[in-house]
Design a protein around this ligand. Structure first.
Ligand SMILES: CC(C)(COP(=O)(O)OP(=O)(O)OC[C@H]1O[C@@H](n2cnc3c(N)ncnc32)[C@H](O)[C@@H]1OP(=O)(O)O)[C@@H](O)C(=O)NCCC(=O)NCCS
Length: 159
């Protein structure tokens, strides 16, 4: 990976079908089981293809020199009976070689502009409690009010 990329030569655009394999493989590097061992969501082909099938407009990629270096995947949640619609930022990933260069920020800003057009009142995001880079990132983008939740497992072999 060429490390001379800067935000000025990063292109943010909607994902297309040809991007799906590259998104999946970058996610495999970033969301390895040992790195996100207590994240209730799992990264697999389905995470990418199902979102692309259902809400392709909320899947964006960042390209540098025609190579995929980041992605953001989100979804809208309509709450029946209320005027409150939510956006869920499900997955955000940036190639480690380009960390700290503003790629994540550019992806997020574009995603926020997109969901704003849908009268979204609140955006939700979740990550592991020990994912400090992500937590600092989300705080830098204005996310507040972190709420703890307990994640438990039941070993089915022993029950
Ligand atoms: C979290 C992640 C998307 C950030 O992407 P990035 O392109 O490196 O972030 P940016 O360069 O746009 O940083 C924007 C701000 O976030 C904060 N930030 C980003 N990375 C940080 C880190 N490692 N430590 C502390 N703060 C960090 C900073 O406030 C930064 O602003 P600054 O550069 O002015 O200090 C990236 O680290 C990543 O892909 N992590 C692995 C996947 C993941 O955990 N995704 C989130 C949950 S789905």
């Amino acid at each position: 990976m060429n490390q001379t990329a800067t935000t000025s030569n990063i292109e943010i655009r909607p994902a297309c079908i040809d991007d799906l394999a590259a998104i999946f493989h970058l996610g495999e590097e970033l969301f390895r089981a040992e790195a996100v061992s207590n994240l209730y969501r799992t990264w697999d082909e389905y995470a990418v293809t199902s979102q692309f099938n259902s809400e392709p407009e909320f899947m964006l990629v960042a390209n540098a020199e025609e190579k995929l270096v980041g992605f953001i995947i989100g979804s809208l949640i309509e709450k029946a009976g209320t005027a409150w619609n939510y956006a869920h930022l499900i997955w955000l990933g940036v190639h480690p070689d380009l960390a700290g260069l503003g790629v994540g920020s550019s992806l997020f800003d574009e995603f926020r502009s997109l969901v704003r057009k849908h009268e979204i009142r609140m955006m939700l995001v979740d990550t592991q409690a020990d994912n400090e880079a992500a937590i600092r990132f989300f705080q830098s983008k204005g996310f507040t009010n972190p709420i703890d939740h307990i994640y438990m497992t039941l070993n089915m072999d022993n029950s």
